[in-house]
Design a protein around this ligand. Structure first.
Ligand SMILES: *Cc1c(COP(=O)(O)O)cnc(C)c1O
Length: 394
């Protein structure tokens, strides 16, 4: 039954041995990058593939992004950059979130560029440059008002002064200077203009200190799509690469020429008759109101289905939308399929996808559980197999 259901699916079947999978349409990732390039035609494009490519699978997603026209890849953690190099990815790579004591020698050896926002990070780049005999290529991360990662004030002045000296010794090359918005998803917010002005002021300050990085970058997905004045030399979209709208109130993915790349699906593990008045799942927070049929879905919060999808998470079974009935458990949840349901064990259950066949989208899940679409895709559990469609041979 499972095989029969899966093989009638136009996309790939679920892999055997695990009842759920996240299908990732790599063609969509390539097409989304191409669309983003059209939104920012004068800038280079760094596809952000941190967090396992927002849950879509690091290496295949990175390759798909490059195929779509990305000229750079960006990650938060150095381990992710090194994994891309081990897989043979040769594109320019930037990693930007580090801790003191972290070893930068492999970064320099593998030509991974490093985001530097602190004096200790600069010291460590210099140490790695001396060890390897290579120039450390860095992007200065400046805080223009996000109030998060990035240098400002005296630290910034200190870093700029030292970079000027280190550049002449060829220990460091300042390739880029970058910052991040606090309100990119609200393009009219006054902080957006203020951060851009601050950024431009810091670029001038750097120039006066003798540091003239050729690659200035500030725009995430939202600014790439809605704020051309923030594109500068390179844009850094993440969530939009995966076909999700960074500004759902301003436009759907289609509105921006994007398509959701991830489809999360499972199969009914059992279907049974149930009388009216039966409490469902832990704590009986749902009670059947009529004689009905219950479907059991073998996915739970350990697979990334939010526990607070209890009684609100939307799913598609066949051509019918249902809502999670009762508590989401660690590895399962229940659906009240209704008295006339013809669903059978093994039938496909789609948690989210592009929405074209009536299935919910990641954005629908975000609304249902009061979070953002970013969290819905990145939280899909590591044990849920990623099935990549349209994979480019390496
Ligand atoms: C995550 C991240 C991005 C990408 O953000 P999206 O909103 O997903 O486009 C860009 N730049 C930095 C510094 C980030 O941390």
């Amino acid at each position: 039954m499972t095989t029969e259901t899966a093989s009638s699916n136009p996309l790939a079947p679920a892999p055997p041995g695990f009842p759920a999978c996240a299908q990732v349409d790599l063609g969509a990732i390539s097409a989304n990058v191409a669309a983003l390039r059209r939104h920012a035609p004068t800038a280079e494009l760094m596809a952000v593939v941190k967090a396992d490519a927002y849950g879509h699978g690091l290496v295949p997603s990175a390759r798909a992004a490059l195929r779509g026209g990305a000229t750079w890849l960006g990650v938060a953690q150095l381990t992710e950059a090194l994994e891309l190099r081990r897989a043979g990815v040769q594109a320019p790579l930037l990693s930007w979130l580090h801790v003191p004591g972290q070893e930068f020698v492999p970064a320099l050896e593998q030509d991974v560029q490093l985001g530097v926002s602190t004096t200790w990070a600069l010291d460590q780049v210099v140490a790695a440059a001396r060890t390897t005999g290579r120039t450390g290529r860095i992007h200065l991360k400046v805080d223009t008002g996000l109030g998060r990662n990035g240098a400002w004030d005296a630290d910034l002045a200190d870093i700029l002064e030292r970079c000027a000296a280190l550049q002449s010794e060829e220990l460091v090359e300042v390739v880029g200077i970058f910052s991040h918005f606090a309100y990119a998803d609200a393009p009219e917010h006054p902080t957006v203009r203020a951060q851009q002005e601050r950024f431009e002021g810091i670029v001038e300050q750097a120039g006066r200190a003798g540091v003239r990085p050729p690659v200035r970058h500030l725009a995430n997905s939202a600014a790439t799509l809605t704020n051309p004045s923030a594109h500068y030399d390179l844009v850094r979209p993440g969530v939009a690469v995966y076909g999700l709208s960074p500004v759902p109130d301003l436009g759907s993915p289609e509105h921006f020429g994007l398509r959701e790349a991830m489809r999360l699906l499972s199969h009914l593990s059992s279907v049974k008759d149930c009388p009216a008045g039966q409490g469902i799942s832990y704590g009986h927070v749902y009670t059947t109101h009529e004689q009905t049929r219950l479907g059991l879905v073998p996915m739970g919060y350990s697979d990334g289905v939010p526990r607070n999808a209890t009684n609100v998470g939307p799913v598609l079974v066949g051509d019918r939308r249902h809502t999670v009935a009762g508590r989401v458990c660690m590895d399962q949840f229940v659906l009240d399929l209704g008295p006339d349901s013809t669903a059978r064990a093994g039938d496909e259950v789609v948690l989210f996808g592009v929405g074209a066949a009536g299935e919910p989208t990641a954005q629908d899940w975000a609304v249902a559980v009061d979070t953002i679409n970013y969290e819905i895709v990145t939280r899909v559990g590591a044990k849920v197999p990623r099935v990549h469609l349209d994979e480019v041979p390496s």
